[in-house]
Design a protein around this ligand. Sequence first.
Ligand code: ATP
Length: 901
Amino acid sequence: MSWYRDEVEEVVRKSGSDPEVGLSHKEAKKRLNQFGPNKLEEGKKTPAFLVFIGQFKDFMVLVLLAATLISGLIGEVIDAITIMFIVLLNGVLGYVQERKAEKSLDALKELSAPQMMVKRDGEWVKIPSAEVVPGDLVRLESGDRIGADIRLIVTNELRVDEASLTGESVPVHKKSQRLEAEELEIGDQENMLFMGTMITQGNGQGVVIGTGMNTEMGKIAHLLQTTETLVTPLQMKLEQLGKMLIAVALLLTALVVVIGLLQGHELNTMFLSGVSLAVAAIPEGLPAIVTVALALGVQRMIKRKGIVRKLPAVETLGCASVVCSDKTGTLTQNKMTVTKLWSGGRYWDVSGTGYEPNGQFEGNGQVVKPDQNRDLAQLLSFGLLCSHAVITERKDDKRFGRSKSRFVLDGDPTEGALVVAALKAGYSKEGLSKQYQVVQEFPFDSTRKMMSVVVKDRSGQRILITKGAPDVIASRTSLMLRQNRSERMSAKGKAELDEAVASMAGQALRTIAIAFRVLAHSESIQSAEEAEKDLTLIGIQAMIDPPRPEVKDSIAECREAGIRTIMITGDHKITAEAIATQLDILPSGGKVVDGQMLSKLSDEELAEGIDQMYVFARVSPKHKLRIVQALQANGHIVAMTGDGVNDAPAIKASNIGIAMGMTGTDVAKEASSLILSDDNFATIKEAIKEGRNIYENIRKFIRYMLASNVGEILVMLFAMILGLPLPLAAIQILWVNLVTDGLPAMALGMDQAEGDVMKRKPRSPNEGVFARGLTWKIISRGFMIGAVTLAAFWLVYQEHDGDLVRAQTIAFLTLVMAQLIHVFDCRSEYSVYHRNPFENLYLVAAVIISTLLMLAVLYIPALQPVFHTVPVSFREWLLVLSLAAIPTVVLGGFQLVKRKK
Ligand code: ATP
């Protein structure tokens, strides 16, 4: 159907919608059933059984299975079956880990799924794009990614980037009038919006005419089905490391086998032991556990309101050294209330809090009735006419009880404040609509820092009303109101205005100037640039936007963690400085720079001075990009927040792009790697903390797994060199690998942050995983684990006159217990004594389960022949535990003493 050829009324009628109430919830549900969810079909996923089979395609596992088969054929049937079983269990574990990682990544995608504003039963509601149905009335604004095919019915300066569909990169100007032509290409359908394109400017409303695969995008969807899985730099490094470790493990294993053969051991036994050792020593679980640790950390972040869109950001977060944060809404609450007004040299105070429209006006300590003062009345009513925000009273909201009411804002908080101030004076949109009708609009944008509407009064006279940043408005003003009369804007008047703005901004108030111009009958206005000139200033409305209570502490915490906070705002320099001072962002000697000053600095000068700059005020989004680049030129790892379309380049260029979940546009979200679902600065701090912790946790289990593997290899190698019998049977080696590498390693990945993670300097992005003494820790602990295991073996072997099974059992138990004790050591950068071992209950549970599994193979008679074990006596337990504790308790003790010194 050619929707673009229909008149607007026709479109609404045909789609079965209603321009006032939209669809009913019931009808929408019916249509959702009929048309299905508004989603493009996705590419096929790897089926579960293939993921499972994938666990066994590892080369060494295949060699082990082959070796097992051979040993089974030559008579070692029980051994063979058990090895198969252990390999299977290992596979199941790997499968579970991989699935868990995949599921949590899917959940992430769901969380950042786009939403759309639709009208249902007369109310505008935000719903997931997937639930949008044909016939839905939708509202769209600058920065939105369009989620369906839409026929426009209202547009205001609407421009749309359709490059994703047509390849045309210049935004297309859209309108709502019907088009005549019969056959139009997508790019020429000027009254249509298409799924996947995005709004770069303006706003509009329309009716959904196609969803899901029935959209233009759906028709080409099969071309777009590329699934992209991002690997983090750490994962890449670990992959390389993994290859090296395999080589080392194989080399050492070969050494064990060769020396064993030279010492006269049987080929058959040596072969199976060698292969088992290789399987145990190769940290095949590492990549999966890294993914799980990343994914689990990401889930913890979600609980703290940070949604990671790109996994590599988790690592980069831990390196962040500067956070550039928007002021409004991130550092402040974005709950604005007008408290002061100024016009023609007079001030008024307004009482009341929040969006509740109750309050009084006072001037010079006297209560004032706004309708008896024309300047004040015009300041308030024109502020209202030039605002979109709507305040509604929710009486029936159960959360607030029947008696209490709550006033909620739909729209921009700055405009909300203007609307509430007008309501306090008795002006409402409905009331004013009898007098004025809005006929044209030039939407707000943060580069222009203004917004205008054209209204027509009852006599047909058109008036342009402009509101915006006072300094910008002042530059386009030629007259100002004073006591109900307009006068030339003289130097004195300008100075008066500047002083008023400075005085209100100094109290951390955000200022908005309101101005107007009566339009000549013949004047037709095409652009904002043409319109916004020769204005008459009515006055200023000033509003508070209190800082978020938790932000000051978060900034202090960041400072302790070596992270600097920079405030970036479109707001007035003095307002910005006042809030920065309240929040302790600005140290003594720190500079406040405004957009004008910034424009005068060259890139080099900016980079040179930026380490002293803490607040950037009256900046445009394009300045943000320069700030990021200057910081990066000084070697900083920069986190940058943003919400608008124009913020996207800076978000992309920063190391960690952060978008606002509530107020952010889709474009900003898509450019970001982290979304704050509560728009709160404190969430950035939490995410950085979590990012640091995740990295530390990965280091923890790498350290644990590798030290364990070093221990396993060394005990065999030492025994062969010393000409001793094999201290462990092949099955025991595999079992050690299963019980120690599986659950405890995963539990380390879920460990709590060590107390001082936010007291350390940011990690350098070039730092290797093994930095800060990790290699030494792995080798020394691994060496000790191997040594005590061999000691246990040798002592019992001597005492029991060469009872190999008993000696092997003790060595087996010592090795496992040494690792299960050592796992607690790995939780700290310092020593086991620095942390409460019962803090991580997952780890405690994992260690208990592993110990119980160990007890089972020691004491269940049926399992004893399978695992070549005998029951261990109380005296032997004492020996085992005292030896097993040495690597952790003794070496930890040394570390403690060294730190104390
Ligand atoms: P931040 O970058 O911290 O979010 P901001 O929200 O204050 O800063 P902008 O939204 O770009 O930055 O606003 C810049 C200035 O434009 C404000 O100080 C105000 O004077 C003016 N302004 C803000 N919103 C509107 C609006 N809806 N209509 C007209 N002027 C506005």
